[in-house]
Design a protein around this ligand. Sequence first.
Ligand SMILES: *Cc1c(COP(=O)(O)O)cnc(C)c1O
Length: 495
Amino acid sequence: MSTANKSALFQKLPSTDELLRQPDVQALIVREGHSAVAESIRVVLARLRQEIGDGQLNEKSLDLALGGLYATVESQLHQSLSYSLLPLLNATGVILHTNLGRAPLAAAALDHVRATAGVHSNLEFDLATGERGKRDVHVDRLFRKLFDDTLPSGTGPDSRGRLSLRGSEQESSTAISTIVVNNNAAAVLLALNSLAEGGEVIVSRGELVEIGGSFRIPDVMSKSNATLREVGTTNRTRVGDYERAINDRTRLLLRVHRSNFEITGFTEQPALDELVALARRSNLPLMEDLGSGALFDLRSVGINGEPGVLDKLRAGVDIVTYSGDKLLGGPQAGLISGRAELVARMRSNSLFRALRVDKLTYAALEATLLAYVKRDYDAVPVLRMMRLSKDEIACRAEKIVSTVASTPAKSTYLKLELLDGESVIGGGAAPSALLPTRLIALTHADLNADELSARLRANTPPIIARVEEGRVLIDLRTVFPEQDANLATALASLN
Ligand SMILES: *Cc1c(COP(=O)(O)O)cnc(C)c1O
């Protein structure tokens, strides 16, 4: 199209002010406010200008667009005033999917947020004395219960004093406390800064990990003002490597869980008790970034090798850091648990004030932890999803397939099959753990797998599935049973 023709088209466009004066637009302004309507008009006009500039509109199609201008402005307004953050169905089978919000919250957590956040609360107020309180007490007491009830107090591997909690004369110096910050990245930053600022931290070269692209141990270390002292090699590090690197600037021994990868083959890592013993001999704290930090024994669902928070504290690790919204199944948070006097140093660090979490997080975390205290594991959605058996999933999958098959208006293009597969935990936890599942595989006569999965994403609510080998795979492990009927309806109407 020539420039002259384009400028004729541009001249047909009304101005924002002209549109604002129209009676139907005036009525819209009364309902939705002047600035929101004016903004939508500007967006719609800018889009038309762009389309004219790109040569996508001729006189006829522009006239058509101008005829429907009011409706376009109204729908733009509707869109701009509706939510962008939406609920969806996670049919990927990845339980802790970082892009899909990691852990869905327990119903009790939502209830507790609702009850305490819409009104004032005793977040930092001691009801007994009427004086200022600390916000951590609400969850620290539950962590103490969880650790206290499970850590043995007598002799044993943890009888070296530091972590035996009950009834010992060292109680005040050996109790475990927990503090909460914004996420585990913040927990690592705060711990390193509090314990090792200006000094050296020894880490194995096999553990200089990157998690999710923006969390790299060397970067967090330099932000914390501690100096990274690398020891060993990528695949093999021995306790002697740590020992030789210790000098009078050393402040901390750090271990980092390899959350999202495995090193196999010719490998060696010091056993934890060797590192604990070295830390004791050298009078240095040992910290471990667990990443996921399970509070629930995953061995009971057949997942080995994912360290539990308790296992580590029992074994003598002085400080552990972990996420609230990974295996714990709560809100986004970073938890730091360990020897009370070390945690106290972190609490008094001004960074703690900058990284603290708000009342919503405390409420959701308190309710989630209470489920653990009561051993009500099925109340925590990620634990429930992990504990689902393949048979339970198969049963639901069969029901969905038969519901779709018996829908009179069902698409004749869509084919559903059941097959065996595997779900994963995700979120940087147990990278090699696979949970057996039963999948619904979808193929369509007219749509390829990517097109089909785009159609599912366009559903309300969006359905996110896996695409593998030219098929769309639906794993019900991560779909809430209450969502099954909705899923069946969406599948039946995929034309
Ligand atoms: C996930 C993870 C982190 C980051 O935790 P966030 O809560 O996402 O900040 C840090 N370290 C390890 C080992 C992890 O797995």
